[in-house]
Ligand binder design. Structure first.
Ligand code: UDP
Length: 240
């Protein structure tokens, strides 16, 4: 087993990561790429929980703005989108030889387990990848808040947030090429500088739980494995 810095990790993957750039739905090649990266990580013996987003299908706020659908309903629809993604991720990881369980915060008994904290921990201890679907089960928040919440209750060592860019910059590097890259930030710097990395409630909970957050690009081969081994990748957000 390769050396690793962390025993238990929660990785948040956005729905965008599961489809082609700017796309909608699910793309098989993207799923395979992610599964390849995660396989090498799980082989280190690290316990891995995944929170999957649903933005490749529906974001409640956007849907409500563009239609007659009330925000609350839009958010529930978004949460159901995360269940679809979780099933796609599960099938892909299992094709790569990993053992998995999907647990959802919204009961969908025919297709997955309900989220039960102690059972999720038991799965992790048996080195099953636990895929957390349905967000928090509550509307008006996003899966970033879910990552902070589940990360805290599952007592992970770090929350890793996969993004399209290498980490946190002073501005969007895709539209502002001169933007400054931050290898390290404190929770307070993220809040004071209004850096749009995660919902404020997610940052706040991680700060209260003293749970570090790593923002990094999962799309660069080997990046997550490096991070698990404690090598410099992305931006680390912590108390100091
Ligand atoms: N959502 C929600 N409660 C949660 C998590 C998600 O209401 O606890 C809804 C919300 O509408 C959100 C959508 O599900 O926009 C999809 O999740 P998210 O936007 O986090 O997906 P991502 O952008 O990470 O793909």
């Amino acid at each position: 087993m390769a050396d690793r810095k962390y025993k238990r990790v929660l990785l948040k993957i956005s729905g965008e990561g599961l489809c082609r750039k700017g796309g909608f739905g699910i793309d098989g090649e993207q799923l395979d790429k992610i599964a390849g990266e995660l396989k090498s990580v799980v082989e280190t013996g690290v316990q891995l929980a995944l929170v999957v987003g649903g933005g490749n299908f529906i974001r409640g706020n956007e849907l409500a703005e563009q239609s007659h659908i009330p925000r609350a309903t839009g958010h529930y629809m978004g949460m159901l989108g995360t269940v679809i993604n979780a099933l796609a991720v599960q099938e892909t990881l299992e094709r790569f030889g990993l053992e998995t369980r999907v647990q959802s915060a919204i009961a969908v008994d025919r297709v997955c387990e309900k989220f039960i904290r102690r059972r999720a921990i038991r799965h992790l201890e048996k080195n099953r990848v636990v895929i957390l679907a349905g967000g928090t089960g509550n509307p008006f928040v996003t899966t970033d808040s879910c990552a902070a919440l589940r990360g805290t209750e599952l007592a992970v060592d770090i929350v890793m947030k996969a993004t399209k860019v290498d980490g946190v910059y002073s501005a969007d590097p895709e539209t502002s090429p001169g933007a400054e890259f931050y290898p390290k930030l404190t929770y307070n710097e993220v809040i004071d500088r209004r850096l749009k990395i995660m919902d404020l409630s997610a940052i706040d909970l991680c700060q209260q739980s003293n749970l570090p957050i790593l923002v990094f690009k999962l799309g660069t081969p080997g990046n997550m494995l490096k991070a698990i081994q404690g090598r410099q990748v992305g931006t680390l957000i912590s108390a100091k």
